[in-house]
Each structure stands twice: as C-alpha cells, then as structure tokens.
Design a protein around this ligand. Structure first.
Ligand code: GLU
Length: 469
C-alpha cells in the first residue's frame, strides 16, 4: 500500500488558531494512524504579512501540542527556483501564457461578464496571442473552456464545478511571484503529498488546483475539506469566543492531550466516546467519521475534558507540566517528594493547572496567616485553642503522619473534648490552610508533614489567644 503523506501548511501571518490546530491535528493523526508521513510547510510567500514571530508562534504551538513532523519545515520563500521550473513547464506545454492586460482592462472584462449574467471573469484576450515575457506580464493558466471539474471530497462527497465559470487565473504575478494555488500544487506534488485535509474555506480553490495537477500530469491527492469551527453563537470563531491562539490555552492550564482530544471531537467522532488518550486517537482516527457540520467551540466542555485528563494523568507525569505554574506563583517546588504529595491531593479536584497552582498556595506558604477573615471568625473561636493544642500534642506523639495513623490522634481529641469530627475538622483546616476549602484534612496533614502541621497549629492557637486578649 502507498505510504500516506499528509501535510500542514500554515501561512505565518498570525498565531496558530483553533481551526488551524485542528487541521494540523487531523493530518497528523491520519499520518500516524497509517504509519505515514506528516510534512510541515510554512507558506510564507506573502512577504508583507508573513513574520518570523508568527513562524515561531506556530512552532511553539506545534511543540506544545506534540504534533511532530517527519519532514520540513519547508519554507515556500526558499523554493522560488522550483516554482520557476514548473511555470516554465506549463508555458512549454501550452497550458499557460503571458498576459499583458492592465488591471483596468481586466476589471472592465469582469464587470462586463457580470453585466451579462455570468461570473466575473477575465475574457482570455491574451490566450492565443503568443506573447513572450515582459515587465508587466503576468502568467495565466489556460483553463478548459468546457466540461466540469469534480472535487471528490472524502468528507463532503462529490462537488461539481462548471469549467465555464472558471477563468484563466493568474499563476504568476507581474513581479515574478507565483500565486497561492500554483505553489501549493507544486509543493504538494514535489513533496509527495497524497492526502490533503484542510478547512473548507479552501474548497473554491480546489478545482483550480485539480486543473493544475492535470496539466502537470500528476495524480490527484485525496481531498477532504473540514467544516469550520464556530463559536457557541454559531458565528465564525473569533476573539470574543475566547482565546484564538492555541498557546493561550497552554497558559490557561490546559493539558496538550486534553486539548487535542477536544479538537479531535470538534468535527470527528467515534460513537459517543468523548475521552480519548493520544494513543487512542491515533488508533481510532479515520476520515470517514469527520462530520459534515461545523464544530462548535465550547470552553466549558474543553474545561471538563481537561479535568478528566488531569485526573487520568499520573502524578509523575503531571509534575513537569505543573512546575511552570508553581514557579510563576513563586513557590519553591524544589522538593520532588513534597511536590508529588501536593499534586496527589489536588489532581482529582483541579480543572486546570492554573487552578491546581492556586489550590497549592497554602502548601508553599511559610505562614498561612492572615487567615481568610470570615473563616477565622467562624472557626477559630476561643474554645478551639485547646482543641488545636491538644491535637498538636497527639500528632507530635506519632512516628509518622500517614492518614491511617492520624485517625487515632483525632479520635483521642474527640473523645477527650466530647466533640464530633465535624466540629474539629473546619478549625483544623483553617489553621492549616488559611481557608475553609482544601483537599481532605488527613491528606493535607500527611503531605504537609509534622513540622509544618505543628507550627501551623501553634500559630492558630496564638492567633486565637491574642484575639481573645
Ligand atoms: N496556507 C494555507 C492556509 O494557511 C493552507 C492552504 C492549504 O491547506 O492548501 O490557509
């Protein structure tokens, strides 16, 4: 069987956005699923709008999403000689010609065609003039005058275009720069691309490209045009629907595997399965199950899926992902065992890594004071000083603070003071974390360790005593 070769060819005129990332993902998945090749090509022929910053942003996003490529990155700006050769081929075979009509003349032709009830078209004036190269000449492709061009789309089915609606489009401008439809075809042919999956905003270009393939006597790739990604209000995804740049989601604390899981489901399905590991996506991905309707980007769904992925990721694997967020908050997370303990208590209760970093704050503070004011007022009451002091004594007497061992210490305090666990737990929580919301109190004590726990209980006792004084 022929090796599947797919490609992702972004134009570096901005960051990698959600729709672009999904196109990249589908091509990557299809190549990986079929043990094929995934090619990265930077389409930087628009020198005015292309920037190095955008190229860097695209690499950054691809790296974050772990979409690795087997070939490239190729840069179209470095391939002009090749495009020149292919232009010459078309000129030699009579499939292309020089045209010296001015812009005004072409505009007049287009208006006339429209006035006559047709599509705005160049009228083919220079088609048979046999002009040679000159300063103002563009090169046009000789489109067929009759018949149809059929895009056999694996997602949308056959789309039939009438050739009479197609004019002799420009493949090289008068300044010598080749146009998008032409360079894409030359690249896809010379890079051996046999599967083109892209956004359906390109579907109008495909008949032009098919005509070029035919003129160059090259086999057509498989085409699949993926419906757009829309915002929740069903309008085209834009900034007001949330961040556009893919890496913004990294900075908001989403895991790359959760993000690609979400992107994949935004236009592809496998029964009603929602959660996929990267490996499962690779195994199950196919073109057949790409949907015909637009995907709707829903941040809440992404967030819920992210929580599932965080939960399903081992503490060891989460640690390097969480660290940048901890560092940004100024936590000293040098102690790996402590870090593992901290993550262990938070990883079933954090929807994002940012939330996890927020939740870890109390673990990394030397002192949890000042306490949350309301919490202190409600739970650090005078009668609690003795309870907390007693608990400190009991915990101090233990060799280790494993959850099971602690139960005995709590039990002794409860018995001695005649209080239920419910009465003790919140004051202890406020003393240890500064707030009323935290992971389970036994887990927190185990992770904090004896020294921190005793110091915090002591501080709370002092706080209560000084408040009462
Ligand atoms: N460079 C084009 C874009 O960013 C991609 C063209 C294609 O996939 O053929 O939209």
């Amino acid at each position: 069987m022929e090796t599947i070769v797919t490609r992702f060819p972004p134009s570096p005129t901005g960051y990698l956005h959600v729709g672009g990332a999904r196109t990249a993902l589908f091509n990557w998945l299809y190549a990986r699923k079929n043990n094929g090749k995934f090619v990265l090509r930077i389409e930087d022929t628009d020198t005015v709008r292309s920037t190095q910053a955008s190229v860097d942003a695209i690499f950054d996003a691809m790296n974050w999403l772990e979409l690795d490529w087997d070939e490239g990155p190729y840069f179209q700006s470095q391939r002009f000689d090749l495009y020149g050769e292919y232009l010459q081929k078309l000129l030699d075979s009579g499939d292309a010609y020089y045209c010296t009509c001015t812009q005004e003349e072409v505009e007049a032709m287009r208006q006339k065609a429209t006035a006559e009830g047709g599509k705005p078209k160049y009228n083919g004036r220079c088609r048979e003039r046999g002009l040679s190269r000159s300063d103002n000449a563009v090169i046009r492709f000789k489109s067929p005058l009759f018949g149809t061009t059929v895009v056999e789309d694996v997602i949308k089915g056959n789309i039939v275009f009438q050739n009479t609606e197609q004019d002799d489009f420009v493949i090289c401008r008068s300044d010598g720069t080749p146009t998008y439809n032409f360079v894409v075809v030359v690249d896809d042919i010379t890079m051996g691309i046999n599967t083109v999956i892209r956004g359906d905003d390109h579907v109008m270009n495909t008949p032009k490209q098919i005509l070029l393939y035919k003129a160059l006597k090259s086999p057509l790739p498989v085409f699949g045009h993926v419906p757009m990604v829309l915002g929740k209000d069903k309008s085209r995804l834009s900034k007001r629907h949330g961040a556009m740049s893919v890496t913004a989601y990294r900075d908001m604390g989403y895991l790359p595997d959760a993000f690609i899981n979400y992107l994949a489901r935004l236009g592809w399905s496998h029964g009603d399965q929602e959660f996929f590991t990267r490996q499962e996506l690779v195994e199950k991905f196919n073109l057949k199950n790409i949907g015909k309707s637009a995907g709707v980007f829903d941040l809440d769904k992404l967030t819920a899926l992210n929580a599932d992925h965080i939960r399903a990721t081992s503490v060891r694997q989460l640690a390097p992902r969480v660290l940048p967020f901890f560092r940004e908050k100024g936590y000293d997370a040098a102690d790996d065992d402590y870090l593992a303990g901290v993550i262990g208590t938070l990883h079933t209760r954090s929807k994002t890594l940012v939330e996890m970093a927020d939740g870890a704050h109390f673990y990394y503070r030397d002192d949890v004071r000042p306490y949350d004011e309301k919490a202190a007022r409600k739970f650090l009451k005078p009668e609690m000083a003795w309870v907390l002091a007693l608990l400190a004594v009991q915990l101090d007497a233990l060799d280790d603070l494993a959850e099971k061992t602690q139960e005995g210490a709590f039990k002794k305090v409860m018995d001695e003071m005649g209080l239920g666990f419910g009465k003790i737990a919140q004051p202890v929580r406020v003393a240890l974390t500064g707030t009323t919301v935290s992971p389970g109190i036994f887990e927190v004590i185990e992770v904090l360790g004896k020294a921190r726990v005793l110091a915090r209980l002591k501080a709370a006792v002092e706080f209560i005593e000084s408040a009462g004084a």
